[in-house]
Design a protein around this ligand. Structure first.
Ligand SMILES: [Zn+2]
Length: 151
């Protein structure tokens, strides 16, 4: 029984340009690559590209994951730089709390609390906190900005 030729047929991104003995087919992928694949895999729908489709999907998946990660970071950052008073914090300034008549400034970075010092005046503590925000987060802010182009 003569097998039907599949030369010229399209399977996903692959177009068959030749058939070889042993059930193999030579395909031209839309991306330009020549790909050897078993005829069976084409007919069963198991193979639809030279592999570029798979890697493109992987890239898209990575981008999605990355976008979610960035979104999470942005949210944390928004919380961090917002100046809403924290409940139970009598100074009303995020990152500054009152300790025995003085003001302690701190910043949380990578889930670790970093002490920025003890200050007599509230405004000094606030300044220390602001400086620390700039130092700790300028780098992250810049990275988010740069990547927003394609996220
Ligand atoms: Zn391809």
């Amino acid at each position: 029984m003569e097998k039907r030729s599949i030369i010229g047929d399209r399977f996903g991104r692959l177009v068959v340009i030749n058939e070889l003995p042993g059930g193999k087919a030579v395909c031209q992928c839309d991306c330009g690559k020549i790909h050897y694949v078993l005829r069976y895999n084409l007919l069963s729908g198991g193979t639809k590209s030279c592999g570029c489709l798979k890697s493109e999907r992987a890239i898209m998946r990575d981008r999605m994951r990355y976008a979610q990660l960035e979104e999470g970071q942005r949210t944390n950052l928004a919380m961090l730089v917002c100046n809403h008073p924290v409940r139970g914090n009598p100074t009303g300034v995020k990152g500054v709390c009152k300790v025995r008549g003085k003001y302690r400034a701190y910043i949380t970075y990578n889930r670790e609390r970093h002490d920025l010092g003890l200050f007599k005046r509230l405004e000094d503590a606030v300044k220390a906190r602001k400086d620390a925000e700039a130092a700790y987060y300028a780098d992250i802010l810049q990275r988010i900005k740069d990547r927003e182009i394609w996220v």
